[in-house]
Write a protein that binds this ligand. Structure first.
Ligand SMILES: C[S@@+](CC[C@H](N)C(=O)[O-])C[C@H]1O[C@@H](n2cnc3c(N)ncnc32)[C@H](O)[C@@H]1O
Length: 268
Protein backbone atom coordinates (compact mmCIF):
# COMPACT_ATOMS: atom_id res chain seq x y z
CA UNK A 1 0.00 0.00 0.00
CA UNK A 2 1.31 3.47 -0.91
CA UNK A 3 2.01 5.96 1.91
CA UNK A 4 -0.69 8.62 2.16
CA UNK A 5 1.67 11.56 2.54
CA UNK A 6 1.08 15.08 1.32
CA UNK A 7 4.48 16.75 0.63
CA UNK A 8 5.41 19.30 3.29
CA UNK A 9 4.45 22.83 2.21
CA UNK A 10 2.19 21.54 -0.57
CA UNK A 11 -0.33 24.43 -0.31
CA UNK A 12 2.38 27.06 -0.63
CA UNK A 13 3.94 25.13 -3.49
CA UNK A 14 0.65 25.08 -5.41
CA UNK A 15 0.04 28.81 -4.93
CA UNK A 16 3.51 29.52 -6.37
CA UNK A 17 2.91 27.08 -9.22
CA UNK A 18 -0.34 28.82 -10.12
CA UNK A 19 1.37 32.20 -10.16
CA UNK A 20 4.17 30.81 -12.34
CA UNK A 21 1.84 29.38 -14.99
CA UNK A 22 -0.72 32.17 -14.87
CA UNK A 23 0.21 33.39 -18.35
CA UNK A 24 0.13 29.94 -19.97
CA UNK A 25 -2.99 29.73 -22.15
CA UNK A 26 -5.36 26.88 -21.29
CA UNK A 27 -8.60 26.02 -19.56
CA UNK A 28 -7.60 24.49 -16.24
CA UNK A 29 -9.28 26.36 -13.38
CA UNK A 30 -7.59 27.03 -10.02
CA UNK A 31 -9.29 24.11 -8.26
CA UNK A 32 -8.49 21.81 -11.18
CA UNK A 33 -4.82 22.84 -10.99
CA UNK A 34 -4.77 22.15 -7.24
CA UNK A 35 -6.30 18.71 -7.84
CA UNK A 36 -4.02 17.77 -10.74
CA UNK A 37 -1.00 18.83 -8.68
CA UNK A 38 -2.23 16.55 -5.89
CA UNK A 39 -2.60 13.59 -8.27
CA UNK A 40 0.97 14.06 -9.47
CA UNK A 41 2.52 14.71 -6.06
CA UNK A 42 0.77 11.93 -4.14
CA UNK A 43 1.10 8.66 -6.09
CA UNK A 44 -1.25 5.77 -5.38
CA UNK A 45 0.81 3.30 -7.44
CA UNK A 46 4.21 2.87 -9.05
CA UNK A 47 4.64 3.88 -12.67
CA UNK A 48 4.80 6.85 -15.00
CA UNK A 49 2.58 9.85 -15.65
CA UNK A 50 1.15 10.14 -19.16
CA UNK A 51 -0.60 13.26 -20.42
CA UNK A 52 -2.76 13.01 -23.54
CA UNK A 53 -3.32 16.48 -25.01
CA UNK A 54 -0.80 19.15 -23.98
CA UNK A 55 -1.73 22.18 -26.11
CA UNK A 56 0.56 24.96 -24.81
CA UNK A 57 1.68 23.06 -21.74
CA UNK A 58 -0.52 24.37 -18.91
CA UNK A 59 -1.31 20.96 -17.42
CA UNK A 60 2.12 19.62 -18.45
CA UNK A 61 3.76 22.23 -16.21
CA UNK A 62 1.42 21.33 -13.32
CA UNK A 63 2.17 17.62 -13.63
CA UNK A 64 5.92 17.98 -14.09
CA UNK A 65 6.45 20.53 -11.31
CA UNK A 66 4.31 18.54 -8.88
CA UNK A 67 5.89 15.18 -9.71
CA UNK A 68 9.30 16.78 -9.18
CA UNK A 69 8.32 17.35 -5.55
CA UNK A 70 8.71 13.66 -4.89
CA UNK A 71 11.64 12.77 -7.10
CA UNK A 72 13.19 12.86 -10.47
CA UNK A 73 10.22 11.78 -12.49
CA UNK A 74 9.72 12.28 -16.24
CA UNK A 75 6.26 13.25 -17.41
CA UNK A 76 5.34 11.74 -20.78
CA UNK A 77 3.14 13.86 -23.04
CA UNK A 78 1.50 13.07 -26.37
CA UNK A 79 0.01 15.64 -28.73
CA UNK A 80 0.41 16.18 -32.49
CA UNK A 81 0.26 19.89 -31.52
CA UNK A 82 -2.02 20.65 -34.48
CA UNK A 83 -5.44 20.71 -32.72
CA UNK A 84 -6.88 18.01 -35.00
CA UNK A 85 -10.12 17.36 -33.11
CA UNK A 86 -13.35 19.38 -33.40
CA UNK A 87 -13.20 19.80 -29.60
CA UNK A 88 -9.70 21.36 -29.62
CA UNK A 89 -9.00 25.01 -28.82
CA UNK A 90 -8.59 27.37 -31.78
CA UNK A 91 -4.99 27.83 -32.98
CA UNK A 92 -5.93 31.33 -34.23
CA UNK A 93 -3.96 30.98 -37.44
CA UNK A 94 -0.85 29.35 -35.96
CA UNK A 95 0.39 26.17 -37.66
CA UNK A 96 0.90 24.35 -34.36
CA UNK A 97 1.47 24.91 -30.63
CA UNK A 98 4.94 23.38 -30.41
CA UNK A 99 6.93 26.62 -29.99
CA UNK A 100 4.55 27.89 -27.28
CA UNK A 101 4.65 24.52 -25.55
CA UNK A 102 8.46 24.45 -25.54
CA UNK A 103 8.69 28.04 -24.31
CA UNK A 104 6.20 27.45 -21.50
CA UNK A 105 7.76 24.26 -20.13
CA UNK A 106 11.15 25.96 -20.30
CA UNK A 107 9.88 28.99 -18.35
CA UNK A 108 8.34 26.69 -15.74
CA UNK A 109 11.72 24.98 -15.31
CA UNK A 110 10.54 21.53 -16.40
CA UNK A 111 11.81 21.23 -19.98
CA UNK A 112 14.19 18.44 -18.94
CA UNK A 113 11.41 16.58 -17.10
CA UNK A 114 8.99 16.30 -20.03
CA UNK A 115 9.22 13.80 -22.87
CA UNK A 116 6.93 14.90 -25.69
CA UNK A 117 5.69 12.45 -28.30
CA UNK A 118 4.47 14.61 -31.15
CA UNK A 119 1.92 12.22 -32.53
CA UNK A 120 -1.64 11.00 -31.97
CA UNK A 121 -2.40 9.16 -28.74
CA UNK A 122 -3.79 6.15 -30.65
CA UNK A 123 -0.49 5.90 -32.54
CA UNK A 124 1.56 6.06 -29.35
CA UNK A 125 -0.69 3.43 -27.76
CA UNK A 126 0.49 0.87 -30.35
CA UNK A 127 4.04 0.87 -28.98
CA UNK A 128 3.59 2.11 -25.40
CA UNK A 129 5.08 -0.26 -22.83
CA UNK A 130 5.43 1.70 -19.56
CA UNK A 131 3.27 0.91 -16.56
CA UNK A 132 1.29 3.98 -15.47
CA UNK A 133 0.38 5.51 -12.13
CA UNK A 134 -1.49 8.51 -13.58
CA UNK A 135 -3.25 8.78 -16.94
CA UNK A 136 -4.38 12.35 -17.67
CA UNK A 137 -6.73 12.50 -20.67
CA UNK A 138 -7.24 15.96 -22.22
CA UNK A 139 -6.91 15.32 -25.96
CA UNK A 140 -9.70 14.52 -28.43
CA UNK A 141 -12.87 15.04 -26.35
CA UNK A 142 -15.27 13.27 -28.72
CA UNK A 143 -16.73 10.01 -27.42
CA UNK A 144 -14.63 7.90 -29.78
CA UNK A 145 -11.45 9.86 -29.13
CA UNK A 146 -11.80 9.74 -25.33
CA UNK A 147 -12.78 6.08 -25.39
CA UNK A 148 -9.78 5.15 -27.56
CA UNK A 149 -7.51 6.98 -25.12
CA UNK A 150 -8.84 5.07 -22.14
CA UNK A 151 -8.89 1.74 -23.97
CA UNK A 152 -5.46 2.27 -25.52
CA UNK A 153 -3.68 2.91 -22.25
CA UNK A 154 -5.75 1.15 -19.57
CA UNK A 155 -3.84 -2.14 -20.14
CA UNK A 156 -0.85 -0.26 -18.69
CA UNK A 157 -2.52 1.00 -15.52
CA UNK A 158 -0.89 -0.30 -12.37
CA UNK A 159 -3.06 -1.43 -9.49
CA UNK A 160 -4.18 1.78 -7.70
CA UNK A 161 -3.40 4.08 -10.65
CA UNK A 162 -5.55 7.15 -11.20
CA UNK A 163 -7.30 8.04 -14.46
CA UNK A 164 -8.36 11.69 -14.73
CA UNK A 165 -10.17 13.25 -17.69
CA UNK A 166 -10.71 16.92 -18.34
CA UNK A 167 -13.93 18.60 -19.53
CA UNK A 168 -16.20 15.75 -18.50
CA UNK A 169 -18.74 18.31 -17.25
CA UNK A 170 -18.59 20.45 -20.37
CA UNK A 171 -21.11 20.77 -23.12
CA UNK A 172 -20.15 17.78 -25.22
CA UNK A 173 -20.89 14.16 -24.56
CA UNK A 174 -17.50 12.44 -25.09
CA UNK A 175 -16.01 12.63 -21.62
CA UNK A 176 -19.24 12.17 -19.72
CA UNK A 177 -20.17 9.03 -21.67
CA UNK A 178 -16.71 7.53 -21.19
CA UNK A 179 -16.88 8.37 -17.50
CA UNK A 180 -20.27 6.69 -17.20
CA UNK A 181 -19.82 3.66 -19.42
CA UNK A 182 -16.14 2.86 -19.04
CA UNK A 183 -15.24 4.04 -15.55
CA UNK A 184 -18.38 4.04 -13.40
CA UNK A 185 -19.74 0.85 -14.98
CA UNK A 186 -16.34 -0.82 -15.09
CA UNK A 187 -15.75 -3.59 -12.53
CA UNK A 188 -12.16 -2.33 -12.20
CA UNK A 189 -12.64 1.17 -10.80
CA UNK A 190 -13.01 1.99 -7.13
CA UNK A 191 -13.28 5.54 -5.79
CA UNK A 192 -14.48 8.00 -8.45
CA UNK A 193 -15.58 11.62 -8.51
CA UNK A 194 -15.26 15.12 -9.89
CA UNK A 195 -13.28 18.25 -9.17
CA UNK A 196 -14.42 21.05 -11.45
CA UNK A 197 -14.85 19.36 -14.78
CA UNK A 198 -12.16 16.74 -14.09
CA UNK A 199 -13.67 13.28 -13.77
CA UNK A 200 -11.39 10.80 -12.00
CA UNK A 201 -11.32 7.19 -10.88
CA UNK A 202 -8.93 4.77 -9.20
CA UNK A 203 -8.11 1.61 -11.14
CA UNK A 204 -8.22 -1.51 -8.95
CA UNK A 205 -6.99 -4.80 -10.30
CA UNK A 206 -9.05 -6.86 -7.87
CA UNK A 207 -12.69 -6.64 -8.94
CA UNK A 208 -13.84 -7.81 -5.48
CA UNK A 209 -12.20 -4.76 -3.98
CA UNK A 210 -13.68 -2.48 -6.64
CA UNK A 211 -17.14 -4.00 -6.03
CA UNK A 212 -17.24 -2.26 -2.64
CA UNK A 213 -17.63 1.03 -4.53
CA UNK A 214 -20.54 -0.19 -6.64
CA UNK A 215 -23.31 1.77 -4.90
CA UNK A 216 -21.45 5.07 -4.83
CA UNK A 217 -20.45 4.68 -8.49
CA UNK A 218 -24.05 3.98 -9.47
CA UNK A 219 -25.29 7.03 -7.56
CA UNK A 220 -22.87 9.16 -9.56
CA UNK A 221 -23.90 7.39 -12.79
CA UNK A 222 -27.53 8.29 -12.13
CA UNK A 223 -26.68 11.96 -11.61
CA UNK A 224 -24.60 12.10 -14.80
CA UNK A 225 -27.32 10.36 -16.81
CA UNK A 226 -29.58 13.41 -16.29
CA UNK A 227 -27.12 15.44 -18.38
CA UNK A 228 -27.08 13.06 -21.36
CA UNK A 229 -30.38 14.14 -23.03
CA UNK A 230 -28.99 17.69 -23.31
CA UNK A 231 -25.69 16.62 -24.86
CA UNK A 232 -26.06 13.61 -27.11
CA UNK A 233 -26.73 13.77 -30.87
CA UNK A 234 -27.11 17.55 -30.91
CA UNK A 235 -27.00 19.53 -34.16
CA UNK A 236 -26.72 22.95 -32.50
CA UNK A 237 -24.84 24.13 -29.40
CA UNK A 238 -26.93 24.33 -26.23
CA UNK A 239 -28.65 27.66 -25.68
CA UNK A 240 -31.50 29.39 -23.87
CA UNK A 241 -33.78 27.39 -21.59
CA UNK A 242 -32.20 24.06 -22.62
CA UNK A 243 -28.81 25.32 -21.49
CA UNK A 244 -30.27 26.41 -18.15
CA UNK A 245 -31.80 22.96 -17.64
CA UNK A 246 -28.46 21.34 -18.52
CA UNK A 247 -26.75 23.52 -15.92
CA UNK A 248 -29.28 22.47 -13.28
CA UNK A 249 -28.58 18.80 -14.07
CA UNK A 250 -24.84 19.46 -13.89
CA UNK A 251 -25.12 21.32 -10.58
CA UNK A 252 -26.51 18.12 -9.04
CA UNK A 253 -23.20 16.36 -9.75
CA UNK A 254 -20.82 17.03 -6.83
CA UNK A 255 -17.74 18.70 -8.33
CA UNK A 256 -16.42 21.12 -5.75
CA UNK A 257 -12.92 21.53 -4.37
CA UNK A 258 -11.49 18.38 -2.76
CA UNK A 259 -8.95 18.97 0.00
CA UNK A 260 -5.88 16.69 -0.18
CA UNK A 261 -6.78 14.85 3.04
CA UNK A 262 -10.39 14.33 1.89
CA UNK A 263 -9.18 12.80 -1.37
CA UNK A 264 -6.76 10.54 0.50
CA UNK A 265 -9.65 9.25 2.59
CA UNK A 266 -11.51 8.29 -0.61
CA UNK A 267 -8.72 6.47 -2.42
CA UNK A 268 -6.72 3.43 -1.47
C1 LIG B 1 -7.90 20.93 -24.65
S1 LIG B 1 -6.33 20.88 -25.38
C2 LIG B 1 -5.29 20.34 -24.09
C3 LIG B 1 -5.14 21.35 -23.01
C4 LIG B 1 -3.96 21.15 -22.09
N1 LIG B 1 -4.04 19.88 -21.39
C5 LIG B 1 -3.85 22.30 -21.12
O1 LIG B 1 -3.83 22.09 -19.90
O2 LIG B 1 -3.82 23.45 -21.59
C6 LIG B 1 -6.47 19.48 -26.43
C7 LIG B 1 -5.18 19.09 -27.11
O3 LIG B 1 -5.35 17.74 -27.54
C8 LIG B 1 -4.65 17.54 -28.73
N2 LIG B 1 -5.22 16.35 -29.37
C9 LIG B 1 -6.36 16.23 -30.09
N3 LIG B 1 -6.51 14.95 -30.50
C10 LIG B 1 -5.47 14.26 -30.00
C11 LIG B 1 -5.06 12.90 -30.04
N4 LIG B 1 -5.79 11.97 -30.68
N5 LIG B 1 -3.92 12.54 -29.42
C12 LIG B 1 -3.18 13.44 -28.74
N6 LIG B 1 -3.53 14.74 -28.65
C13 LIG B 1 -4.64 15.14 -29.27
C14 LIG B 1 -4.78 18.84 -29.49
O4 LIG B 1 -3.71 19.01 -30.41
C15 LIG B 1 -4.79 19.88 -28.34
O5 LIG B 1 -3.54 20.44 -28.18
Amino acid sequence: MYPKEIPVGFDVFVEQLMADIDSVEGHLSAKEIRFLALLAAVPRADGAILEIGSFKGRSTCVLARSAALIGDETVYAVDPMTAPSETDPDLRGAKDTLADFRRNIEAAGVADRVELHQTFSYELAKTWDRPLRLLWIDGDHTYLGTRLDLEGFSPHLNDGAIVAMHDVLHEFDGGVRVMMEHILLSPNFGACGFVGSIGWGQYLKDTREAAKYRDQKLRLYKKLSRMIPFLTMRKEPLSGFEKKRYKVARALVPHGELKPQEWLRLVR
